[in-house]
Design a protein around this ligand. Sequence first.
Ligand code: GLC
Length: 741
Amino acid sequence: MGFSWVNIIALAQFENRKMLYKNPNAPIEKRIADLMKRMTIEEKVGQLNQLNAGTLTGPAAPLGNKAPVMQEIRDGKVGSYLNLEGAAYTLKHQKVAVEESRLGIPLLFAKDVIHGYKTIFPIPLAEACSWDLKAIEQNASVASAEATAAGLHWTFAPMCDISTDPRWGRVMEGAGEDPYLGGLIGAARVRGFQGDLSDGKHLMACVKHFAAYGAVEAGKEYGHVDVSRFALWNKYLPPYKAAIEAGAATIMNSFNVFEGVPSTANVYLNKTILKDKFKFKGFAISDWDTYTEMINHGYAANNQDALAKAINGGGMMEMNSSISIQYLPQLIKEGKVSIKVLDEAVKRILYYKFKLGLFDNSYRYSNEAREKSESLSASNRAIARKAACSSMVLLKNEKELLPLKTNTKVALIGYYAKSKADMFDFWVAKGDYNQAVSMFEGLSAKFPNLKYSEGYSSDATTTDSLINAALEVAKNADVLLVNIGLSGNKAGEDRSLANIKIPLGQQRLLTELRKTGKPIVALVSSGRPMVLTQITGLADAILQCWIPGTETGNALADVLTGAYNPSAKTVMSFPVDEGQIPVYYNYFNTGRPTSADGSGNWFARYRDIPNEALFPFGYGLSYTTFAYSDLKTDKTTFSKSDIVNVNITVKNTGKYDGGEVVQLYIRDLAASYIRPVKELKAFEKVALKVGEEKQVRFALTANDFSFYDMDGNTLLESGDFEIYVGGSSSNVSKFDLKLIK
Ligand code: GLC
């Protein structure tokens, strides 16, 4: 009897039913259970192993960071690769995993797609200054579209670390100093990166670095962290929590310790908080080598001890150090790690491989055609350009020097203004600075009378001849545009700086140019708030450009010509001096608060510098002006079930249409734990035409007045509150409110 097609299909379906995990119609949970029944311990452990296959983003470990070995993939020894990207290259390796390994379990390909993949957006700190959550979500979505076309499934972003120390190089990756805003932005980035993970064009997000990495002592990279549970719950955890609640698939532990125990193995962080309190259902990945680094920390005696502590402390997937694959089967045999713990980790990892559709359409992400059409597309560049425009913070604009008419004779001075390499930062994935638009290119296209001079060298030092050349160019100019600050490659990981003043050579250059009496615009390039105190008097206008990415020059031209009216507000305070750090708006009053006018004695202050930030959180100018009036609320006392409606009228009283971020802060005057002098609790970005006014409404609920105790319990206590509303944390109107039981 000949075999009919019907028999063959029936047999295949029978086979498939037997291999339930391969049945796309079966529920994911059943497919996982079926697959795990078939896996050996070694194959399970293989899922925990992530190897680095390309760019080094940490010290090269003995076993890590080598070109992928196909036999390892065939043997099921690798669950994921970091820095293995490209449609063709990922396809080649995925095929081996799916078609040549015993169970055909696909690989996860991950990369730090922090602010773009090929089209590079402004650094996250800059993007946060837009306060535009929709745009931030869209930016992440564009990054995902480009990265997934190149075969990537997973980004190690958003970074949700709160930091108040601009000496730390990684402030560039976050969303500034405020927990509430940091949480909203972290959640927006998760939504943008992930979508619902169903279309093959979105990446799994990774909330990092859990937890409180931004609290490193003195901003020193990889430094010691010692924060209280009070600070942990009220300052550091909220952004991670918000990003997890937004559905983040994964989380990454931090390099630092909490209460003397490395985050990697910290049961309080990974079980009490992450699993029990936050109900996190995704999977955790270690940061680079943090398993074996517990030996350096003095928390583990050797690799086996480190591995047992990591896995028993909540560790799941291991990045780069590869000790799970070496020692975990033995530790399980010895009973030092339970098979249940291993199974839980593997189950969570497999869930996302199924969720991404990798078992059913394993090659959907490695799409060469899409890789070509998506990358650096005109629409992606346009979105990046708008993101860059809305990230630049106008810090000063004396005598309305800006915006400039395009027929203005401008002198553009500064080495970095023409250097493409120096305008990209450490975390630019596959961004190519040669594809970027430099300040020089963007401005030359708009200002036909532009003349250029270097002014200083690549290391920011200057010489008499460089200064004289700049003075020569300045002679025939109406306005001097002077790009100062740091190269983009001084921003990011392992880039902490003790000195964050404007480099002396640039200060000298500005001083000499100031003597010409010509109007000066300082264009500050940096991945952190620098100390600008020494140059504020040397420039009539100051624009904090941050590190704006691929569309730098076009965006800068849009802002300087007024095609885009700056609307950004800084999300991180600018210190007067390094000695003032940490300086932040939501500080605590202390028992001897700094007196407003600094008069008298015996109060919290420095004797040798001002006690306020040079530019505070929430501050940013526009080319127009805004007037606030009619601040009112519908009640002066409220109970826990009430909504407190706050209204304020904002009017555009200047000469340009513009955007304003209206901010609402509260202060709890007396509580069972001290509360900051201000806490951001709401904001709205409004667009106002010249002369237009709008009533902005905020609806406050009891949640806005609550805080956490040391164990993460929410407290809401009756008493007196102050409500502040305005255009920056330091320029607000106030009214009083009383919460009654
Ligand atoms: C780095 C960073 C982390 C990054 C990882 C992979 O050390 O701390 O943020 O995602 O390694 O590159």
